[in-house]
Structure formats: C-alpha cells, structure tokens
Design a protein around this ligand. Structure first.
Ligand code: GAP
Length: 482
C-alpha cells in the first residue's frame, strides 16, 4: 500500500472531549495510511475476523456467493435497523411491508423485467470469456487482454427463474424477484386501504433480491443474491420533482450518520441513456472506491410507470382518490433504493486504517461509527485469573443489556486490544487487579488508545457519553449541498 507519512501526535488531553485521564503504556505516536486498502486486504480481514466468508468453502466455494459470519451479521443488522429507524419508525408518512420473494410471474411481465431487464453480453473470441459490453475498457478483454475480438452484443436477461409445484413445464416457471420494489406497487391498494394514508406517503421494505449478474467482481459489491432496502414514496405528480430533491438530500444525510467520510461520497445524476426502463430521472449516491466511483444507492423518479403498468395488466384500478379535490389520480413515485451488502463493504473500506506505532508495530483499526460497529464495547479481564474472571463477568452483566458487547479473555491484553481495534469496537473495558480494591475499571478508546479510570457504578453512563462523542454529526437538510 502507498503510505503517506503522516505522524499523528495524539495529545494526552483532547480539548474536544471529556475522555481525559490516566495514560497507559500503549504508544501514542502513530503514522497513518491515508489511502484506501486494497480489496484483497478487506477480503482477508473479512474472512479472518468473521465478517464475510466465501460460501460453501468446503466444497470449493460458489461463484459470487458469500456467507456472513458473526461480525458481519451484527453490522448488517445495524444497517437494516438504522434504515428502518430513519425511514419508517421516525416518520408518520411511511409504513413497512414484507412481500413474497417468489410471486405471480405476471408481476414481472407488467413491470417490464421479463422483457427489458437485461445487460448487453459479449463473448471474447480468443478466451471465450463472457463480459458485459458496457463494462469493457479500451476494447480489451479483461481476462486475456485480446483487443477488438468480440461477438456482437446480445441482450442477456438477468431474471433468475425456478419451477414451482410438482410439474416442470412452462406454466410452473416463476422468478426470484430482481428488486423488492414491485412488492410495494402490487400492494399499493392494500396498504392504502388498511392504513388510510393520504398522499404523500411511502411504503418501505427490506429483503433479498436476485439477479443473474454477468460480472460479479469486487467481492460483495455485485453478487447474484443480495439484500435491498427500498422505499416507494407516492406523491402528487406536480410535487414529484420537489420530493425527488428532498429524498436526494435526506438519503445523503443518512450515509453521514453511518460515518462514511464525506470526501468519499457524491451525488451523480444519470444521463438519459443510462436510465432504467421505468425511470424518468435517477440520481445515484456514489462512493469513491479504489476502482473508481460506484453506485451505493439509486434515487429514481419512477413517475406513474409501475402503477399504470400493474393497472393495465391486472385490470385493477390503482389510483388514489383525493378527498380534497374529488379526483382520482395516479400518484408519481420517488424511490430511494439501497443495497445492504454494498453498504457493509463500503463501511469496511472507508473505516479501514493502518497505523504504525512508535515502536514500529502495525496497528489495523476499523474506525467504524459506534452505531455500525459489530460491538460497541469489549470487556477484557487483564488475565484469566480466578479472581478477575467472576468480577469481569459481573461487570459484563451490567453492560450487556444496554450495549452490543463482547467478552474476551483469550491471549494477552495487548493482542486483545489489537483484535478489538481490527473489528472496530470503539471502547474496551479492562478489569484489572486494582478493580478488586477500588471498584473501578479502565475504559480504552479505540482511536486514540487513551484510557480513563471510571467507577463501576458509573460505567454505563461513561460508555454512553463516550459513544455519543464518537457518533458522527448528522448535518441538517439545509447544510446538504447536492
Ligand atoms: N428498485 C430499483 C433498483 O433495484 P438498482 O440500482 O438496480 O435499483 C438498488 O438497485 C441498489 O441495490 C443498488 O444501488 C445497490 O446498492 C444494490 N444492488 C443492486 N444490484 C446489486 C447486486 N448485484 N449486488 C449487490 N447489490 C446490488
């Protein structure tokens, strides 16, 4: 890795926060890498520490399929919960649903996916590699380097099909949903009737989607099975542009809340030729990766495309009756659509830091915001001494109901600090022999490595305060410039 030589001399007393106090033996002079890690570094960390494993590894794996380990599932759960919190629970105007993954195939006829949900596919005439034509760089095969030696592009449908029921014929063909969005459109009337929501209102869903992707590179960035968090916001047509602008800002704010560095985020409007078949305008929130800017979330203006299509195909009127104006209208839709797996990958990359301590050791730290760290606090007895362990476990019992925590007593305390740094745990509580006398513990800060001593009866308060200080500031809407 290209390392820039920034020496951070961490001051003993930070003016910003209250995390002051007793200093400990860990070296405070650190040299920090500014660059993003290589993807292989993240893949290896993910496997070594239990974030993401290759799927079916004991059988040699399965292309572009991954399993999430104990730490990965904790982060995914946090991502989903934070999204649900901000999109559904904190709002009056959005409700949630969970629709079936396998549903009536007519849904996909109406939505247009069976006809036009495809990517242009070409074959390399030299090595037979199958490539997405729109991913080709300099007309060169990414596998063998051959130039200009490709078949004509043909459209390759991305829908994954399956057979339902005991008879395997065409009438039994069904599809795994390629987006969660259609679940909201086909339930528009149900939700509207049962909730009596008036425009504007949204329907949100989190769930798995499936696409037979041609290119599945960059680890969990693009896979065939992935999880989406989508919300369809129904509004009056004349207000739709204003709502599109609103959701662009609101969604960007949410990524700041996750702690993704603002210099690695940008908003980009699609050119007309990039637009999906349903969209009359899309803006992407993009992330700067080592391989270039990539989409993290799309915010599409779907117009009345989906409701009109389902209305035409099902014969059911999917309109909204406005009691103020006494008219039936087909609402327009703004759709923020994000991917859980891609956000997880982005968080790992964005938070990854390597530092060289004054004694020449490399310290790997995931500087994750507390809300997306797999654990907020680790409880570490100094050793497995028979007097320390029961005290440490009792202290863990005090903490456990309030914070995502881990108990770890294996190996030396130094190695355990490093392990917690590497998985992004913001705080470590050390229980030592003094604890037995003074009923106090040491809390160590992941980023500064500073330590303070706090009484056990104030431990939850001290942890709360410090986690609050580490939580990113969320800008107000008018501070967001897109
Ligand atoms: N309903 C609109 C829709 O599905 P999309 O841009 O195709 O739009 C939305 O997908 C988000 O889902 C993307 O921004 C990305 O985060 C995630 N996503 C899409 N395809 C993916 C794949 N093959 N692997 C992982 N995530 C994917």
């Amino acid at each position: 890795m290209n390392r820039s030589k920034i020496v951070l001399c961490i001051l003993i007393f930070h003016s910003k926060n209250s995390f002051r106090g007793q200093m400990v033996s860990e070296s405070q002079d650190i040299e920090q890498s500014e660059d993003q890690p290589a993807l292989e570094t993240i893949v290896s960390l993910a496997k070594r520490r239990g974030f993401v494993y290759p799927s079916a590894e004991i059988y040699g794996g399965f292309a572009a399929s991954y399993d999430y380990g104990p730490l990965g599932v904790e982060i995914k759960r946090q991502i989903r919960d934070l999204w649900w919190q901000s999109m559904v629970r904190e709002r009056e105007d959005i409700v949630g649903i969970e629709a079936a993954i396998i549903t009536n195939p007519r849904v996909w006829e109406a939505s247009g996916h069976l006809d036009v949900f495809s990517d242009p596919l070409i074959d390399c005439l030299k090595c037979n590699a199958r490539i997405r034509a729109d991913h080709l760089e300099d007309n060169q095969c990414p596998e063998c380097g051959a130039e200009d030696q490709f078949t004509e592009a043909r459209e390759f449908n991305l829908m994954l099909s399956t057979q339902v029921g005991p008879v395997e014929d065409d009438s039994a063909t069904a599809y795994l949903r390629p987006e969660t969005a259609q679940g909201m459109f086909i339930n528009f009337e149900n939700v509207q009737t049962t909730t009596r929501k008036r425009l504007p209102f949204g329907i949100a869903q989190i769930g798995k989607s499936f696409r037979n992707e041609i290119t599945t590179k960059q680890f969990i960035f693009r896979t065939r099975e992935f999880e989406q968090m989508e919300m369809e916001f129904f509004c009056r047509p004349e207000e739709s542009l204003e709502w599109h602008a609103y959701w662009k800002k609101e969604r960007l704010r949410w990524y700041y809340r996750l702690g993704i560095r603002s210099e690695n985020l940008r908003m980009r409007d699609h050119d007309a030729e990039e637009l999906s078949h349903y969209s009359s305008g899309t803006s992407d929130i993009e992330v700067r990766y080592r391989w270039g800017w990539g989409e993290l979330e799309g915010i599409a203006h779907r117009g009345d495309y989906d409701l009109s299509q389902h209305s035409a195909h099902s014969g059911k009127k999917l309109t909204y009756f406005d009691p103020d104006t006494n008219e039936h209208i087909v609402p327009h839709v703004i759709e923020p659509a994000a991917g859980v797996d891609r956000i997880l990958l982005t968080l790992l990359i964005d938070a990854y830091h390597e530092e060289t301590t004054a004694n020449g050791e490399t310290r790997t730290v995931l500087k994750l915001a507390p809300e997306v760290a797999p654990a907020e606090v680790a409880i570490l007895p100094l050793s497995r001494n028979e007097k320390l362990v029961p005290t440490a476990k009792k202290i863990h019992d005090l903490i456990r109901p309030y914070f995502r925590s881990q108990y770890d007593d294996a190996q030396s305390i130094g190695r355990r600090y490093r392990r917690q740094d590497e998985i992004g745990t913001p705080l470590a509580v050390t229980v030592d022999f003094d604890t037995l006398d003074d009923d106090a513990v040491t809390i160590r800060d992941r980023d500064t490595m500073e330590q303070i001593r706090v009484p056990v009866n104030k431990i939850n308060e001290s942890i709360t305060n410090r986690l609050d200080e580490l939580t990113p500031h969320i800008p107000e809407m008018d501070e967001i410039n897109v």
